[in-house]
Ligand binder design. Structure first.
Ligand SMILES: NC(=O)c1ccc[n+]([C@@H]2O[C@H](COP(=O)([O-])OP(=O)(O)OC[C@H]3O[C@@H](n4cnc5c(N)ncnc54)[C@H](OP(=O)(O)O)[C@@H]3O)[C@@H](O)[C@H]2O)c1
Length: 296
């Protein structure tokens, strides 16, 4: 009875990014979907006309919009860039998906809450402390306005991807721990470390439900930056001392919240299984990264 049934087509924006590349790999390995993941150079979400032509031509069933300016300090220094790409660019994607009847998965951010140390649910009010957060949140509003069939996803502190990915926190900390006997790390910043591959698997599960809405999707457990780096060193079996300090040691242009931890509240309401603890996910990623680095 499947004869003549067209395959499900998925387009991922920002295709060369850390999350997009793991998502494309995971979807390709675990679904019959046809995946297209053009990079920024091939598909720029700020160019409305060419974006519309590309989506009209390829006609995906679903767009996963990961493309963004992800450096919060750069966004703080250049707010125009932050709003052009993260807010206006997302509105472009949402308008076109709305017009063409395409389902949209928008990857937002965990940095939309205040400094209180707790795992925020989808029902906690937002506090927008940085241009990055405000621009990503404006993207959420545009998605709600222009695309009825949408999922807004807020992930945690993401790890995954290839060593060359700019956002590869785990690889960078590995190099730092490998080179130095003592590494300083902030004990006053909290988040939910989360694996890109686990996120991709959960998104695949979520879009199968048709329960449109806003979802926090993180691996289980809240962690300080210090605990996170300690765990990275442990997974690589490095004897580096990870010394706890405060974030004053690492001055930033963007006043990012002290807490970016999330609770998968809506996923639980929907009845989807809890995510693996972040330590378990990190061990799986370090295993994969070691293979990529020939560290066996
Ligand atoms: N990393 C995290 O911890 C984290 C946490 C929560 C949410 N997120 C969200 O997850 C998504 C993916 O982030 P990531 O960590 O994979 O970051 P990433 O590696 O920086 O990926 C973002 C990609 O978007 C591309 N891009 C930038 N401007 C674009 C434009 N105008 N049109 C199309 N693509 C554009 C970038 O290309 P160029 O580099 O060539 O400009 C880059 O390849 C982002 O939406 C981010 O806000 C990330």
């Amino acid at each position: 009875l499947d004869i003549g049934k067209k395959p499900f087509r998925v387009l991922i924006t920002g295709g060369r990014g850390m999350l997009a590349s793991d998502m494309a790999g995971t979807f390709s390995a675990t679904t019959p979907w046809i995946i297209k993941a053009p990079g920024h150079g091939e598909l720029d979400v700020t160019a409305f006309q060419s974006l519309k032509e590309a989506l009209t031509h390829w006609r995906p069933n679903m767009v996963v919009h990961t493309g963004a300016v992800t450096d919060a300090d750069l966004c703080q220094r250049q707010p125009e860039l932050a709003y052009r790409v993260n807010a206006w660019g997302t509105a472009n994607v949402a308008r076109i998906c709305g017009q063409l009847g395409i389902e949209l998965v928008y990857i937002s951010t965990c940095g939309v809450f205040d400094d209180e140390i707790k795992a925020n649910t989808e029902y906690n009010p937002v506090t927008l402390k940085t241009h990055y957060a405000r621009a990503k949140y404006e993207g959420e509003l545009a998605v709600k306005e222009f695309t009825p069939r949408h999922y807004i996803i807020r992930p945690g502190w993401l790890f995954g991807g290839l060593p060359h990915h700019r956002k590869n926190f785990v690889y960078r900390r590995y190099l730092e721990c490998f080179r130095k006997p003592v590494v300083l790390s902030a004990g006053d910043r909290f988040g939910s470390p989360s694996y890109t591959v686990d996120l991709a698997v959960k998104i695949r599960e979520l879009v199968g439900t048709g329960a449109y809405g806003t979802y926090h999707i993180v691996n289980e457990g809240l962690s300080s930056r210090h605990e996170y780096v300690q765990e990275i060193a442990r997974c690589f079996k490095l004897g580096t001392t990870i010394e706890e300090t405060t974030s004053q040691q690492f001055p930033r242009v963007a006043d990012v919240p002290f807490c970016e931890a999330l609770d998968n509240f809506n996923l639980r309401l929907l009845g989807l299984k809890p995510m693996a603890p972040w330590q378990d996910a990190l061990a799986r990623y370090v295993h994969r990264l070691k293979k990529m680095l020939n560290l066996w």
